[in-house]
Design a protein around this ligand. Structure first.
Ligand code: NAD
Length: 503
């Protein structure tokens, strides 16, 4: 069995290791590794290593920092399959999905390679006679990232490439459920020539997180996970005076209008609801059928799901893998009984799945609940598994209002052939990311990713331009170097008109 420990100061770090977690292969139910849980002392050691590395890293030229990012890009591109294999073993998602996750993370590294361009400031020449004003963006110091189980490579890659490109030092606390991908990322960072201490990994649970949130040496925290923990992270870190962005859970609506291509919409719904076993924050978990197209959607989804291959991620023919843990599988499955008791009908029951893999795996097939109403728990709560809820409404206005009333606002999608309706939807819908005939509208890396309402606490979205803003702080420099630099004592507040009069 593997033993996974921390990564501090450019090397594996065995700390006091009094507490451990168990890592399982969800496709078999077997324990594959034991992971050390960081005590407060280990977190302090990681922060100390980052703080020691920070001054020289922030003064390393942009040319050298960009070169290191280019090297990381090459290394990651040549290890996509290795990272993906670790994800499949510990998370359970199928290989093609794991490869896709790494590819989306790689995009962020590529974005960060452009740091020389991204950190360009502005200048106003001759703001007053001989006076120029410049704006700079500077790193904020040691920053931490706390990440969820469902994207063990991509979500850390949303954060640290931009943070370190901006000149910060980084401490990552990945999910304790699938920690191995972050260790391979740490090795690649070191191989890319990024100095020890600039990127560190501490494993653990609430104890490590809470130490990060209150550590005075940490200037900023990026968090991605469930809404309850996101709120705790946001409130605690903000109270401690840190910059914080905390991305939470989701309940994404996919709205289908009667004029849409039903075959296309049903295929998109199956991909978006059941891909990665529904364990995606951008999964479509609510299908909103407008104006009577619900029956046709149900029939088409049933037909496609009957052919969907659920099995171990290591088998290239599998389209959907197991859920991440037994507890999570049982919790997700319990919503089927809750939904039935609330009056929804179970159009597809994933518990009847004939397993193509090890019976010890955490299996649950695709599920479809029909006749779901907004008052039901299955509608209101994030299930985070392969359970799609179908809600029927009369009009696009009702669909927009339904989304507005939902507690979450990560993504929303509309399927239609009517441009005016699509335009109205994208303008009015209460969500941070919108898809038009696209079911999973995750923005590419030179835009930023973020939801609204209970899906994000904080002001800035993650990666892209907002990532650069989050990991830097602004400075404005007003300077005068010309012969006019003779000071005339004046107690009035400096302003251009007064200086012009003096001259
Ligand atoms: P989680 O909230 O349980 O865990 C996220 C991180 O917080 C982990 O590193 C975990 O160790 C830590 N943590 C857990 N409980 C904690 C506590 N009580 N105090 C302090 N730290 C704690 O989330 P998860 O189950 O790993 O991931 C799934 C959730 O993440 C879903 O809700 C999903 O929607 C969300 N998610 C959101 C986005 C987004 O971009 N909005 C992206 C991916 C996942």
């Amino acid at each position: 069995m593997d033993h996974i420990t921390h990564w501090i100061d450019g090397k594996p770090w065995v700390g006091d290791a009094e507490r451990h977690g168990r890592v399982f292969n969800p496709a078999t139910g077997e324990q594959t590794a034991e992971v050390d849980f960081a005590s407060e002392t280990v977190v302090d050691e990681a922060v100390a290593a980052a703080a020691a590395a920070y001054p020289s890293w922030r003064s390393t030229s942009l040319a050298k920092r960009a070169a290191a990012l280019f090297a990381l890009r090459e290394l990651l591109a040549s290890h996509v399959d290795d990272v993906a294999a670790l994800i499949t073993v510990e998370h359970g998602k199928v290989k093609s999905d794991a490869v896709g996750e790494v590819a989306r993370g790689l995009e962020v590294v590529e974005f960060a390679c452009g740091i020389t361009q991204l950190l360009k400031g502005e200048i106003t020449e001759n703001a007053s006679s001989g006076v120029s004003v410049r704006s700079l963006r500077q790193p904020i110091g040691v920053v931490a990232g706390i990440t969820p189980f469902n994207f063990p490579a991509m979500v850390p890659l949303w954060m640290f490439p931009i943070a370190i490109a901006c000149g910060n030092a980084f401490v990552l606390k990945p999910s304790e459920k699938d920690p191995s991908a972050s260790m391979l990322l740490a090795e690649l960072v070191a191989e890319a020539g990024i100095p020890g201490g600039v990127f560190n990994v501490v494993h653990g649970d609430k104890q490590a997180v809470d130490r990060i949130l209150t550590h005075r040496g940490i200037a900023g925290v990026s968090f991605v996970g469930s809404t309850a923990v996101a709120r705790h992270v946001y409130e605690t870190a903000a109270r401690e005076g840190k910059r914080v962005q905390a991305l939470g859970g989701a309940k994404n609506h996919m709205v289908v209008l009667p004029d849409a291509d039903m075959g296309d919409a049903a295929e998109a719904a199956v991909s978006a609801a059941y891909g990665s076993a529904g364990e995606r924050c951008m999964a479509a978990s609510v299908l909103v059928a407008v104006g009577g197209c619900g029956d046709e959607l149900v029939a088409r989804i049933k037909e496609r799901v009957a052919r969907l291959l659920v099995g171990p991620g290591s088998d290239d023919t599998s389209e959907m893998g197991p859920l991440v843990t037994k507890e999570h599988r049982d919790r997700v499955a319990s919503y089927l009984d809750i939904g039935a008791a609330e009056g929804a009908s179970l159009a597809i029951d994933g518990r009847e799945l004939e397993v193509r893999g090890d019976p010890g795996g955490y299996w649950l097939g695709p599920c479809l609940l029909d006749g779901v109403k907004p008052s039901m728990r299955v509608y209101a709560e994030e299930i985070f598994g392969p359970v799609l809820s179908l809600v029927r409404v009369d009009s696009v206005e009702a669909a927009i209002e339904l989304i507005a009333q939902n507690a979450y606002g990560n993504g929303a999608a509309i399927f239609t052939t009517d441009g005016a309706t699509a335009q109205r939807f994208e303008t009015e819908v209460d969500a941070g990311m919108v898809g038009v005939n696209i079911a999973i509208p995750v923005p590419i890396a030179n835009y930023s990713f973020g939801g609204w309402k209970g899906s994000l606490f904080g002001d800035l979205h993650i990666y892209g331009p907002d990532g650069v803003r989050f990991y830097t702080r602004g400075k404005a420099v007003t300077s005068r170097w010309s012969h006019i630099a003779r000071h005339h004592a004046s107690l009035a507040f400096p302003n251009a008109a007064a200086s012009e009069r003096r001259e």
